[in-house]
Design a protein around this ligand. Structure first.
Ligand code: FE2
Length: 348
């Protein structure tokens, strides 16, 4: 008898299929393997695309804009939630008609907003502006349009021909909360839970409009943490603190400066590490992944999390990488950081 698998069985089958693909999946995308294309929007080098199914995970998309000198990307209107690190060049990002200047070493965070945003990146320098960019792969779960549309407003200009600035699109403020009396056995007076919910909700929405789009690298110091010497651009756990004024609130973006090695810790994978300079390797569970500048390392989603530690192989004094972590995905995985070895504990 050939019985159709029931709906639960189909989920088990999907699990097995995914685990098989994950086991065979690649942990690294080398710079020379990434797919370079010139499309309507820009010249883009794709490291992680929804269609790249041979990778260990593709929950976070990743690409590198390579904007020619004195040129720009096209103008897109779409939902936000993209974060870029500027490797080279200087210029600005125009968001709903407002210019946000940047230079190499800065982070650009485009927040999700109720109507999405209209943006382009403009390179005003005489070198190619390289912007490595991460965004959560929610194209299946929420649809490509993500409640905001997804349109190419205008194509990328030819080199040296900057197009006129796009028209400013008004971003309406969220409606103010209203208080109403309630009927019931117990009437709670004062600020009810809905009001408190609205407060936080509106705080987030306004932050996405009023917060800083660009985090200047020069404004940050290198901190000696117990894992590594680190520069923190975005910190999802300090949202609301006076020193966190970023518009983008759901990402952790930080750079490690590795002289010999980092400490070792364990947490869930499903995040990306882009090598900015130097060469070295990372121990990922019982695997060793060798990397060089321009490569993208993928930490795999693993039952209970994955221990890892990063090493500079000594080619240059300091190897640098930058991590892109979409915190809601880590939370959805129940990720917990377990500290296995501090930086100072390891002696050479
Ligand atoms: Fe880590």
């Amino acid at each position: 008898m050939n019985k159709e698998p029931n709906l639960l069985d189909q989920i088990f089958a999907l699990r097995d299929e995914q685990n098989k693909a994950r086991k065979a999946g690649r942990l690294i995308v080398r710079e020379e393997e990434a797919t370079l294309e010139t499309n309507r929007h820009s010249t883009m080098r794709w490291y992680v695309h929804p269609s790249f199914t041979d990778l260990v995970d593709h929950n976070t998309l990743f690409y590198r804009y390579e904007i020619p000198p004195m040129s720009a990307t096209g103008v897109q209107h779409r939902q936000g939630n993209m974060v870029s690190y500027v490797l080279s060049g200087y210029g600005y990002t125009e968001v709903d008609g407002v210019r946000h200047p940047w230079e190499a070493g800065d982070v650009i965070g485009l927040p999700p907003r109720v109507f999405g945003l209209t943006y382009r990146h403009v390179n005003e320098s005489n070198e190619i502006a390289k912007l490595v960019t991460a965004e959560p792969n929610l194209y299946e779960a929420l649809g490509v349009e993500m409640g905001a549309g997804y349109n190419q407003v205008s194509d990328a200009p030819r080199t040296g021909e900057l197009p006129p600035a796009p028209k400013k699109t008004a971003t309406p403020a969220p409606p103010a909360g209203t208080s109403r009396s309630r009927e019931g056995a117990e009437i709670i007076t004062g600020r009810d839970d809905y009001e408190r919910f609205l407060d936080r909700h509106h705080e987030r929405a306004f932050r996405a409009i009023d917060g800083d789009i660009v985090i200047r690298g020069k404004s940050l110091s290198i901190q000696r943490t117990r894992q590594a010497d680190s520069t923190w651009f975005l910190n999802s756990q300090t949202v609301g603190a006076p020193d966190n004024t970023a518009a983008l609130q759901d990402w952790d973006v930080f750079m490690h400066h590795i002289r010999e090695h980092t400490g070792e810790h364990s947490h869930q994978g499903g995040l990306l590490i882009y090598v900015v300079s130097g060469t070295g390797w990372t121990n990922v569970g019982d695997r060793k992944v060798v990397w060089k500048a321009g490569d993208l390392l993928l930490l795999p989603i693993t039952e209970g999390g994955i221990p890892h530690q990063h090493f500079n192989d000594g080619d240059v004094e300091t190897a640098r990488w930058i991590a892109f972590i979409h915190r809601p995905m880590q939370d959805a995985l129940g990720s917990v950081i377990s500290l296995l070895m501090d930086l100072q504990e390891h002696s050479h």
